[in-house]
Design a protein around this ligand. Sequence first.
Ligand code: NAP
Length: 243
Amino acid sequence: MSNRAIIVTGASRGIGAAIARELAAAGYDLALVARSEGPLNELAAELNGDVKVKAWPGDISNWEEVETIVKEVHAEFGAIYGLVNNAGVTQDGLFVRMSPENWQKPVDINLNGTFYFTRAAAPIMMRQREGRIINISSVIGLTGNAGQANYAASKAGIIALTKSVAKELGGRGVTANAVAPGFIATEMTHDLPEKVRTDMLRQIPLKRFGEGKDVAGVVKFLLSEEASYITAQTLVVDGGMIS
Ligand code: NAP
């Protein structure tokens, strides 16, 4: 599987950076996408070597930017084997006080961004007659959560999008799966109040928060030959939290 090119969005930190590290170590060439140019360039420089790793700064909620990135990545690598739609944001707030702007932000970035990248990359993968699409959803997209109606809806939408794409593209050798992490220790979860963290830990049978590499290992598996008959699935990576 070595030296196949994979796009990883949201690779500037957190789970995306862990995925990039894992995939570079597994021999994949990488196109790293996020808005922050500095951290993205630093990670690309760190990982570039045996594999080719390049940074493509951009906003995934902007269709024109996404279309351009995918075209440039395709020109640079000659093929796009995998797409990991990982970039995402939260904009928490109680539903009855949620403004349309606060509703819109996670939908624009999480759901629309996943649609834009998948829409731009799918025709390339279909022509290749191979490809792997991996969308990072969340357990919140399966369970819902007070204070996260916008985020939950965006993440549930990603699961439905994944299943639909899997059904349309399966005949062309392209798989599409979602990964639903539970509580992973990153910047996204860093600022949660101590009481929320303690309560959550109590609900996790494995008695620890997840790490980026817990999700990265599952992404690597879904890109592997061993996962070639898996499509339209949502793999929950949460230490047993929602079971
Ligand atoms: P994070 O540390 O906040 O990282 C988010 C990444 O997304 C960053 O690289 C960020 O880079 C990028 N990003 C955000 N908006 C973007 C945009 N408009 N265009 C391009 N890139 C954008 O979050 P994380 O915890 O690693 O989360 C990664 C994914 O896992 C998200 O989809 C999240 O919803 C999901 N997830 C996380 C957890 C958790 O517990 N941490 C649980 C379930 C699911 P820039 O800011 O530089 O653009």
